[in-house]
Design a binder for this molecule. Structure first.
Ligand SMILES: Cc1cc2nc3c(=O)[nH]c(=O)nc-3n(C[C@H](O)[C@H](O)[C@H](O)COP(=O)(O)OP(=O)(O)OC[C@H]3O[C@@H](n4cnc5c(N)ncnc54)[C@H](O)[C@@H]3O)c2cc1C
Length: 388
């Protein structure tokens, strides 16, 4: 088989890969850029499937994540404008919970520290403006007007399309079988099901499959299934994007525990998405082991929780899908480059990668172009994730 020579190869064209491809194509005009994806241009098996994702700037994590979110938001708006598609829905983000609840106080701290736009709502104001939710007297609301919804499949399709328009190439239905660095910065040989590629630099964005190709990453990224459900409201108009922001809800229980539910307004005109971090906590060995559904008992409990949070819904799950993401031990992504191997990695997005995706894609592209590791924070480095 022929050998294909390129300047940059992006391995895995899902969320991060499509963004890296787009950002490389913009930043390196004239360079030979090839994206290699094992499935189709947009598919149902990546971590990006499932119609919507939540975006916020006022993140409880604070720190570096606030500038990351701000940069990502600019790029989301650019992607929407350049692709002329509704990639980003600027509907705002609403957090509801007891005023002393840790996520609420941490979000307030971030808002104050970074001087972020916000609106605080009392229980009374919440009931008046968002009667869709059950609100206790002790609850408050935090509205982040910079927040919103991301349409992930549209985002991957749009970023890929922009990259191709700028001259990048894409091989779909092509599995990368091995990455063989030549060493000493001499480039990398990439074995694929369609032949061999020799690249000066490579970016590996294989998400939950990261361990298949990168033995040093395999023990650091665990695959966790994540389920999404959609319930049908009795009056769907109240849950349309012009009436409802994306939402996050923390609700304490009588036994001292609490649960967290998040969701997005109705995008299909008949259901509303609800999910919870507590849905699936057990890792599986590989994305191919992700179960197709959720057991009935778990669904019934979740349905009760939805009823507690938003009472005006039919109790049955109307839509359900199970996805996955690659999680690191501390929840920080691995975004790093190695000038010797010519391999840049952006994996281990840990259930939070979508909001930052265009910025992380840009960071990966810059790392591959410069091998300047000072561009990324130390906590993204491979060394910071390696067991000590
Ligand atoms: C249900 C769910 C809800 C989420 N909610 C949010 C949210 O609200 N907000 C938020 O910010 N984040 C959220 N996330 C997280 C976010 O969606 C992920 O972090 C992000 O999509 C991960 O992107 P990725 O590029 O790492 O993986 P992917 O998008 O899966 O991309 C990896 C790509 O690599 C390809 N690939 C793998 N191996 C090979 C190979 N050998 N050869 C060729 N191609 C290969 C795959 O086919 C795939 O296309 C959620 C995730 C899930 C699953």
């Amino acid at each position: 088989m022929d050998i294909t020579e390129v300047d940059y190869a992006v391995i895995g064209v899902g969320t991060m890969g499509s963004m890296a491809l787009w950002q490389l194509a913009e930043a390196a005009p004239g360079a030979k850029i090839l994206g290699i994806e094992q499935f189709g241009r947009v598919h149902t098996r990546g971590s990006y499937a499932g119609e919507s994702r939540l975006f916020r700037v006022a993140l409880k994590e604070g720190g570096e994540f606030i500038p990351f979110a701000k940069k990502a938001r600019e790029l989301w708006l650019q992607l929407a404008q350049k692709s002329r598609r509704d990639v980003f829905l600027p509907v705002g983000a609403l957090s509801i919970g007891p005023k002393s609840f840790p996520t609420i106080t941490a979000t307030q701290k971030t808002i104050e520290e970074f001087g972020l736009e916000h609106e605080y709502l009392s229980a009374e104001e919440l009931r008046e403006r968002f009667p869709q939710f059950t609100v206790d007297d002790d609850d408050i609301g935090i509205l982040d007007p910079q927040g919103g919804g991301i349409r992930p499949e549209v985002a991957v399709a749009s970023a890929t399309e922009l990259a191709l328009k700028l001259g990048a190439k894409l091989w779909t239905h092509t599995e990368v079988l091995a990455i063989e660095p030549k060493g000493e910065g001499a480039g990398v040989v990439i074995r694929t099901s369609r032949g061999t590629v020799v690249a000066k630099q490579s970016i590996v964005t294989t998400g939950s499959w990261a361990g298949d190709l990168l033995p040093e990453v395999a023990p650091l990224v665990k695959v966790r299934p994540l389920a999404l459900t959609w319930f049908m409201p009795r009056k769907v108009e109240a849950f349309a994007p012009d009436k409802l922001p994306i939402f996050l809800y923390d609700r304490p229980q009588a036994d001292g525990t609490s649960f967290h539910i998040y969701g997005a307004p109705s995008l299909d005109g008949y259901t509303v998405k609800f999910s919870s971090d507590q849905f699936h906590e057990v890792a599986v060995p590989h994305p191919s082991d992700v179960p197709a559904t959720v057991d009935e008992k778990t669904l019934q409990l979740f349905s009760q929780r939805v009823a507690e949070v938003a009472p005006d819904f039919y109790p049955d799950v109307a839509r359900l899908s199970v996805h996955h993401d690659g999680f690191t031990a501390d929840g920080h992504a691995i975004i790093d480059t190695d000038s010797d191997t010519c391999v840049t990695v952006a994996v281990g997005m840990s259930g939070t990668g979508m909001k930052f995706a265009p910025y992380f894609g840009q960071l990966a592209a810059r790392l591959a172009m410069t091998q300047d590791t000072s561009l990324r924070p130390e906590f993204f480095s491979l060394a910071a994730h390696a067991p000590h």
